[in-house]
Ligand binder design. Structure first.
Ligand code: B12
Ligand code: SF4
Ligand code: SF4
Length: 347
């Protein structure tokens, strides 16, 4: 069996994953309670899907009782340049690193399926075909605690997984299988006294180390939150129009960041001009962001975000663009346009 695991891990690395480690499905008994606390406190905001199927999300063994092992995989997307430099270019929108190239859901899912099929074939040849299910991001699976239990890295004070040999910039994927694979040892925290990620957060989204209130996180506000963002928070978005990287970017463990193997994550273009994005209609928005994760927020939420960035820009040349959207059919866009015009007039 250990030979089976060694061959699976070697194949995962050959597929392009940077690290692969195994946990048992019952390895995260603390997760269900923490998830319940998080949802109970309302920290998931409008992400109602987090409050559904909590019995599965909190317990991988309940999600698929036949599963015996979970292979957790790291897919590195380390940026080639300083991801925070764009925050000073106030006429441009900052799109977080993970969304500057092709959609990782597609790339990782394809890779997971290929690896899974290879494993099923291998076990079938050896006489006992294993079953598998593959997951990346969207299933009711708590990928971070599972990856920590597998020893892929640890959940930092910003709640994301990081590793001494990878840094912070990696996605997670999972293969659940009925095959028995020896679990790896969990990784301990190496954050020590550091609190760089907590201190840089523009919206103070961490009520305590290792805990996030998504309702204050710019990633949530720009990607998940429907309707108007409260004025207190929108003023803190700066020019971030899709996601946020600040807490990942300042982590000192990025000195050891691994290089991305996948060319698909490279930025497709330089940071977009706010004036160009503001005038996109539905069709132009879909064409511009085809194949990118940005596409899923739709034109209205993107233009809402762009107007917040225009309001925060202090750039009077953008006032006319905001004026033109005051009568927009989408109420959140129209309200954001009014706010941007008023804010520019006051600066
Ligand atoms: C919902 C979600 C979000 C939400 C909420 C994030 C959150 N931290 O809860 C929002 C929209 C804000 C978000 C943002 C981002 N996300 Co997100 N998100 C998810 C998703 C779908 C579920 C996460 C979840 O279960 N949250 C619920 C809470 C309860 O779980 P938790 O964060 O693990 O909370 C733990 C801690 O609070 C801890 N804890 C509590 N108290 C204590 C006390 C101590 C002492 C300790 C040690 C721990 C501890 O226990 C909890 C359980 O482990 C996962 C994919 C998945 N299916 O897992 C991706 C995922 C976590 N996101 C990811 C990414 C890349 C991001 C962003 C970086 C994107 C961006 N650039 O904008 C940001 C990062 C923001 C941040 N600092 O977390 C990656 C992270 C990869 C990694 N290396 O960890 C994931 C895994 C997707 C993927 N497949 O790659 N995300
Ligand atoms: S992603 Fe940005 S807003 Fe969210 S917790 Fe990290 S630094 Fe704060
Ligand atoms: S910035 Fe510091 S506290 Fe935050 S995850 Fe990295 S090492 Fe941990």
């Amino acid at each position: 069996m250990s030979d089976l695991k060694a061959r699976l891990v070697a194949q995962a690395l050959a597929e392009g994953f940077s690290k692969a480690r195994v946990a048992r499905p019952d390895a995260i008994p603390q997760a269900a309670g923490r998830l319940a606390d998080y949802v109970g406190a309302g920290r998931h905001g409008q992400m109602g899907w987090m409050a559904e199927r909590m019995a599965w999300r909190g317990d991988p063994a309940a999600l698929w009782p036949e599963a015996r092992s979970v292979l957790m995989l790291a897919e590195v997307y380390t940026p080639g340049a300083d991801p925070l430099a764009v925050l000073d270019e106030r006429d441009r929108g900052a799109v977080s690193v993970y969304a500057q190239g092709r959609d990782y859901h597609d790339i990782v899912k394809r890779r997971l399926k290929r690896l899974g099929r290879w494993f099923v074939d291998l076990t079938a040849k050896e006489g006992a075909a294993a079953e598998i299910k593959v997951f990346v991001d969207t299933a009711p699976v708590m990928e971070k605690p599972l990856a920590e239990a597998a020893g892929l890295g640890w959940q930092g004070k910003h709640t994301n997984l990081l590793a001494r040999d990878l840094g912070s910039w990696f996605f997670l994927g999972a293969i659940f299988t009925t095959a028995e694979l020896a679990p790896d040892a969990p990784e301990a925290s190496h954050c020590g006294a550091c609190r760089a990620c907590l201190d840089i957060c523009p919206t103070r989204a961490f009520p305590a180390p290792y805990q996030l209130d998504a309702r204050r996180c710019i990633s949530y506000l720009t990607i998940e939150h429907k309707g108007p963002v409260t004025p207190e928070l929108r003023a803190l978005l700066g020019n971030r129009i899709y996601g946020c990287d600040d807490c990942l970017a300042v982590c000192p463990w990025n000195k050891f960041a691994a290089e991305a193997h996948e060319a698909g994550y490279l930025p497709r273009a330089e940071a977009p001009l706010l004036a160009e994005l503001a005038v996109l209609d539905d069709a132009a928005f879909r064409a511009r962001f085809a194949g990118s994760p940005v596409k899923r927020i739709g034109r209205d939420r993107m233009v809402r975000n762009v107007l917040y960035a225009i309001g925060n820009s202090g750039d009077a040349r953008l006032r006319g663009v905001a004026e033109g959207l005051r009568g927009d059919a989408d109420p959140a866009v129209a309200e954001a346009a009014d706010w941007a015009v008023a804010r520019l007039a006051a600066t």
